[in-house]
Ligand binder design. Structure first.
Ligand code: FPP
Length: 258
């Protein structure tokens, strides 16, 4: 067994990868006597604010849950508005994001989207592909179980083709087939809107994420709210299965050798 935590973030550090379930749009609108869809439109402004604040604070990857595999069960009109919003964001925001060095990526099963939306997604991804300031991953028609299942299916195809030996397949082998194998796992997993559950978001990748729940409804989530989440994260001791004493001695050793 190795004696030191392999990837423990030093206390006070900024999470490299933040994942967010943006919940509470519907309630935000209902509280104001407006249709739920007004909350989703307002939620786009929070997305913009959050992207800008992540850029400013040095977060390298932001993954947001825009539409889950299960959201198709919502009223048709609401699904239509969410799809339209997706197009609006791709049309209106991508140039700005590109200018700010954001690499945009959509994760999830896009085959269910209209051809126009799929085309826009590819165009946006291509336009921003070489940006390095922040990777923004928009999870759309995404589910954590879907991700693990599609990874397993692709891995099975590789083993059947003789490219991989099943006896040698381990966690790293499977993880390479998940939706975003090239970015580190989330350090901080935020859910707004008061509920405290994972809702089939990035399940595998969040195995060691620090969880942060806030009652703030997504349209009200602003720079200060993100700052509070990051401050809370900075106080956490991440142990990755080690003991607190091991982590402390590792941090002390690190400080001495600086
Ligand atoms: C959950 O709130 C939110 C969603 C299902 C959609 C999130 C979408 C946006 C923030 C806008 C689109 C963003 C992009 C990037 C295209 P809810 O409707 O479940 O709220 P409730 O719990 O109050 O009903």
């Amino acid at each position: 067994m190795d004696a030191t935590p392999p990837v423990a973030a030093p206390a006070g550090s900024v999470p490299q990868h933040v994942a967010i379930i943006m919940d509470g749009n519907g309630r935000w609108a209902t509280l104001r006597g407006r249709p739920r869809t007004v909350g989703h439109r307002e939620g786009v402004k929070s997305v913009r604010r959050t992207v800008d604040e992540c850029l400013r604070r040095g977060v390298k990857t932001l993954t947001i849950f825009a539409f889950s595999s299960e959201n198709w069960r919502r009223p048709r009109a609401e699904v239509m508005v969410l799809m339209e919003l997706f197009l609006v964001v791709l049309r209106g925001e991508v140039r700005r994001m590109n200018h700010n060095g954001v690499r945009l990526r959509v994760i999830g099963d896009r085959s269910a989207f209209s051809e126009k939306l799929q085309r826009r997604i590819v165009e946006a991804e291509q336009l921003t592909a070489t940006n390095t300031a922040l990777t923004l991953q928009v999870a759309a028609n995404y589910g954590g179980r879907w991700d693990i299942t599609q990874a397993m299916r692709r891995l099975l195809i590789e083993t059947q083709a003789g490219h991989l030996n099943p006896a040698e397949c381990d966690e790293t082998t499977l993880a390479a087939f998940l939706s975003f194998p090239d970015v580190p796992d989330p350090d901080l997993f935020i859910r707004t809107g008061g509920e405290q559950r994972l809702s089939n978001f990035i399940l595998w990748q969040s195995a060691y994420a620090e969880l942060y729940f806030t009652d703030i409804l997504w349209p009200d989530f602003d720079e200060a709210a993100l700052g509070a989440a990051l401050d809370d994260f900075a106080q956490r001791q991440r142990r990755f299965g080690h003991t607190g004493e091991q982590v402390e001695s590792w941090v002390a050793l690190n400080d001495r050798t600086k």
